[in-house]
Design a protein. Structure first.
Length: 304
């Protein structure tokens, strides 16, 4: 008889998951995925169920890594929230299966591990980091970027100044709060966009040539965070081409060409043009959660 599934809470996940262990495993999985070798990594494009009444979506994100024998699915609800709403904008549950029997081994709620500190695409000398948006993703991106790199200055902007101020008070290091996006990104080497916007908030004319933009929000075909100028002038990298052309409003509506998948850079089949202005359009992938969930489950078992 299969063991009943274990429930791993978010606070436990945070104690069990370390980027230094996770990132090498993610890189291997992404490199394999980019070969589009369905015998190695099976990850269909996210199925999205609209929740019109609540201005939201349920996304189903299954993945199977054949060689590693990891079968997982994330179920994620995400919403477009009005300014001042106290309801969460994203909630996720991750199920890790035993692929041989089909029983669930572990359930984790919520787990959203999509941060990716892209030193590959960042300018060689990156001193100023600007984060646009000041919610949950802003904090996790702040943590991973500042743990991995040493920025001289970190800035934050949010739609409401109070959100940005609260964010700045919650971080370990010093963060300055800015009232306009244009000023906040002036001279920035790395810009992370983590907003719930559906219209562009970041405009190409404000972005320093050679900067790197990690674009995390705008995960629907009609949502935008970046304007056409930026999308067309930058070299655009994505996590999955198939996902990007189905889901990213910034790519679909600007008509921008995808230069490479991240995995193609990691496996050396496409170059990382870090001296150019680059955009990494992230939508989140099931294989990232699968690798993360396996690692968390292994660490959990070691402790219990
Ligand atoms: N690519 C990926 O893998 C993932 C993407 N996401 C996406 O990232 C984004 C941020 O998620 P999360 O941090 O959890 O959300 P939060 O609700 O925690 O934070 C949202 C932030 O965006 C701002 N914001 C909300 N609506 C708008 C708007 N219309 N225009 C400008 N700013 C706005 C909020 O400003 P204020 O509070 O000041 O009003 C706040 O700073 C979402 O779009 C989410 O769908 C999430 C998880 C993974
Ligand atoms: O990968 C994820 O998790 C999400 N991606 C885009 C929408 C919100 C959650």
């Amino acid at each position: 008889m299969a063991e009943p599934p274990v429930l791993i809470r978010q606070d436990e996940v945070e104690g069990l998951l370390h980027y230094k262990d996770l990132i090498p495993r993610l890189e291997v999985a992404l490199g394999k995925f980019s070969k589009l070798d369905s015998a190695e990594v099976i990850q269909p494009v996210r199925t999205t169920v609209p929740l019109q009444k609540y201005n939201g979506f349920l996304g189903l994100m299954p993945a199977y890594l054949v060689h590693e024998d990891i079968l997982c699915t994330k179920l994620v609800c995400f919403y477009k929230r009005e300014s001042g709403s106290t309801l969460p904008s994203t909630q996720a549950t991750v199920l890790l299966f035993d692929p041989e029997y089909g029983n669930v081994k572990a359930v984790s709620m919520p787990m959203i591990i999509e941060q990716w500190p892209l030193d590959l695409l960042m300018p060689a000398k990156s001193e100023v980091l600007t984060i646009l948006g000041a919610g949950h993703q802003a904090l996790s991106h702040y943590n991973v970027f500042t743990e991995t790199f040493s920025f001289k200055e970190v800035r934050v902007w949010s739609r409401r100044k109070e959100t940005a101020e609260r964010f700045a008070q919650s971080t370990q290091g010093h963060v300055t709060v800015w009232e306009s996006v244009e000023e906040a990104v002036n001279g920035a080497d790395v810009i992370v966009t983590v907003t719930g916007a559906s219209e562009p908030v970041l405009f190409g004319q404000w972005v320093k040539p050679g900067a790197h933009v990690a674009a995390v929000g705008a995960c629907r075909p009609d949502w935008r965070e970046l304007d056409d100028v930026l999308m067309r002038q930058a070299k655009v990298y994505v996590d999955s081409r198939e996902g990007a052309v189905a889901e990213s409003g910034d790519i679909i509506l600007s008509g921008a060409k995808v230069f490479a998948e991240l995995g193609e850079v990691l496996n050396g089949t496409r170059p990382a043009l870090r001296e150019k202005t680059t955009v990494f359009k992230s939508l989140g992938m099931g294989i990232q959660d699968a690798v993360s969930a396996k690692l968390v489950f292994e660490q959990w078992k070691n402790k219990h």
